[in-house]
Design a protein around this ligand. Structure first.
Ligand code: PHE
Length: 350
């Protein structure tokens, strides 16, 4: 006898069949494309699962709870497995493939700032001539910045350099050094001759900021003290340095000048390395570039620093680092060296 199967029975069979199909399809998901094909087949409104859920309508009322439960169980099972697989595929779906032929990305690389590159190069050149390096202090007292350098208390030379004084409840003579010559004093106080030392560092002057001057800049000072040092040693040392730094064929000119701490004092000019002395924009058509102040250390300075001027003599020189960087690089506004604009600095990667 033919016994018609109940609707509930058929539904349970269909649910079980679909479960088998779904399990097989889940097992076949290997990438984003097969995942999507699975979703379109089973999980969309017109998909297999929703089809069965729609059929629930034709199930007799008394069987609905049983069939509904079975359908819910299947739906949770599918959704859970689908999400798990989707998550496990995610990294690959976001970065579908790697093009190994692309060139690598360069990590950003920093560089030595042109000011410090210049200081390093100067140290290198003077080291090769047997000079040590000393740094001293940026915050100084009057005695080291002026007094022991033979600036008399009311000497007009103090006006040569506008000074930032530091307000202190205790002392009125604390200041930001206006030149690296203060380090000369520190070195002479601390060391016995023979002395050969260069002293790079930051200095401060109360000056209006412009394309040519800043209130804070760098100097490099040089000092040599020994028996029988003369102007000839001074000249040879500066010329050797400048020929290595700028131009091996440079000519020099030593003009008399005045500094309280040297006697005689001079300013040193070098034939312009850009036009070889013919005259150009950089040397203002004179053919000469001023490269440093210099002189023989004044006997008063030696004595103030505990060195016998009868036994020893010495020479000193000093120059501004920013000016040299500007000459060598063609930068014509000193402020560019302080603004840390990456577009400027990038040009000095070496
Ligand atoms: N200190 C001087 C200046 O700042 C430079 C200088 C140094 C001159 C040493 C002579 C000797 O201008």
């Amino acid at each position: 006898m033919f016994v018609p199967e109940s609707i509930a029975h058929i539904m349970l069979q269909k649910i079980s069949d679909l479960q088998s199909i779904i399990e097989a399809d889940l097992a076949a998901i290997v990438d984003a494309a097969s995942l999507e094909a699975f979703r379109l087949k089973h999980l969309v409104k017109k998909g297999t699962l929703q089809g069965l859920i729609d059929d629930l309508r034709s199930v007799p009322k008394e069987d609905k709870p049983t069939i509904g439960k079975a359908l819910n169980a299947l739906r949770s099972f599918v959704e859970e497995r689908y999400t798990t697989i989707e998550q496990s595929l995610e990294p690959r779906t976001l970065a579908p493939s790697i093009d190994v032929t692309l060139p690598g990305r360069r990590p950003p690389v920093g560089a030595i700032h042109p000011i410090h590159a210049m200081i390093d190069r100067t140290i290198e050149i003077f080291s090769s001539m047997g000079f040590d390096v000393a740094e001293g202090f940026e915050i100084e007292d009057d005695e080291h910045n002026f007094g022991k350098l033979n600036f008399a208390p009311d000497h007009p030379a103090r006006d040569m350099q506008d000074t930032f004084f530091i307000k202190s409840g205790v002392r009125s003579d604390v200041l930001l050094r206006t030149h690296t010559s203060s380090v000369q004093v520190r070195v002479m106080e601390a060391m016995k001759p023979p002395i050969r030392c260069i002293m790079p560092g930051k200095v401060y002057r109360n000056e209006a900021v412009s394309a040519r001057s800043l209130a804070e800049f760098h100097q490099i000072e040089g000092l040599a003290i020994d028996k029988h040092l003369s102007v000839a040693d001074l000249k040879a040392t500066i010329m050797e340095f400048a020929r290595k730094m700028y131009d091996a064929t440079a000519e020099f000119r030593f003009r008399t000048s005045y500094f309280p701490f040297t006697e005689p004092s001079m300013e040193v000019d070098m034939s312009c390395f850009l036009c070889s002395g013919k005259g150009c924009r950089i040397c203002k058509h004179s053919g000469w570039l001023e490269i440093c102040g210099a002189g023989m250390v004044h006997p008063n300075v030696l004595a103030a620093c505990g060195i016998d001027p009868e036994e020893y003599s010495g020479f000193a020189f000093g120059f501004g680092v920013e000016r040299v960087v500007m000459l060598l690089t063609g930068i014509d506004d000193i402020r560019l060296l302080y603004e840390n604009d990456i577009r400027v600095l990038r040009q000095f990667r070496s």
